[in-house]
Design a protein around this ligand. Sequence first.
Ligand code: ADP
Ligand code: MG
Length: 323
Amino acid sequence: EAVYKRIAAGEVVVNPAAVVKELMENSMDAGATAITVEIAQGGKELIRVTDNGVGIIAEDVPLAIQKHATSKISTLDDLDKIGTLGFRGEALSSIAAVSRLTIQTRTADSTEGTVLFISGEQGPEVSSAGLAEGTTVKVENLFYNIPARMKFLKNTARETVNVTSVVSKLIFANPHISIKYISNGKVIYHSPGDGSLQNAIIAVYGKDIAHKLTEADHAFGEIRVHGLLSQPTFLYKSTNYLCFFLNGRYVQSKNLQSAVLRGYGERLLRGHYPFSVLHIDLPLNRADINVHPGKLQVMLYDETDVLDAIEKTVRSALEINSA
Ligand code: ADP
Ligand code: MG
């Protein structure tokens, strides 16, 4: 049974980047306005996410690490309208099965905080302590009890790149949250959380990029497309710099990429691609985010409408800017 649990957990939690994403999304669900993410050795040794969100009340802390105990889905119908980021209630339980996990948390109306420690072979142990309001989740020695899984982790540099990429996407997705990202004691990103997408992009790519971006914002019925695009003279040789957020959630889609490229049309040099961060907002019942557990791939109802909206938004943003 324990072995089965560990294997299943390894499917939800595949690498440090996946852990970071789950923990940051929990902080966002908790209404945090400031999140600090620290990793050591690409997250293999340590991942620590601290937030100023609502915290977890003492009685609920042991439940947080139980599978599905806290699942927010009560009826199948709810699957259609998932607004919060977490809903399967298996991230913390999965992480707990394959690491040494510590949760420190305090809500606004309790005077003392709660500390919970659990590892593959030990715990949970719960105690109380004086803590700041909010939650810190610390994950140490990921996969220490699954050598086969550990072997599949990439070298530290590669795992760091993967975490960095997840954090940058979450910074773009959440300009209203101040996100500080520290790797091996060094601050890599620190976004202001002032609501400006441009400032979020600057936090990741530096000030110079701001001069090269054009604003886009268009609504087509219930579909709104907004964000920032590079001018056609500022191009990359890869499609890695095209990012999409569907209702605030990072998604990957070749079709969405193609729609942006169609918007640029003849302006693009062959083999060159723009930089763009586009938010697509549409009613929850028009997107199916529950296609893949990683939640990167999405299914869109009326996808052609969305693709059309993207193409037109891009084209008109570029036209306005060049006029
Ligand atoms: P899910 O997010 O899908 O509900 P998780 O396993 O990620 O499941 O988290 C379990 C529960 O623990 C959450 O539903 C939430 O109640 C609580 N929780 C986890 N992280 C935090 C946090 N940073 N702040 C407040 N509550 C949290
Ligand atoms: Mg979650």
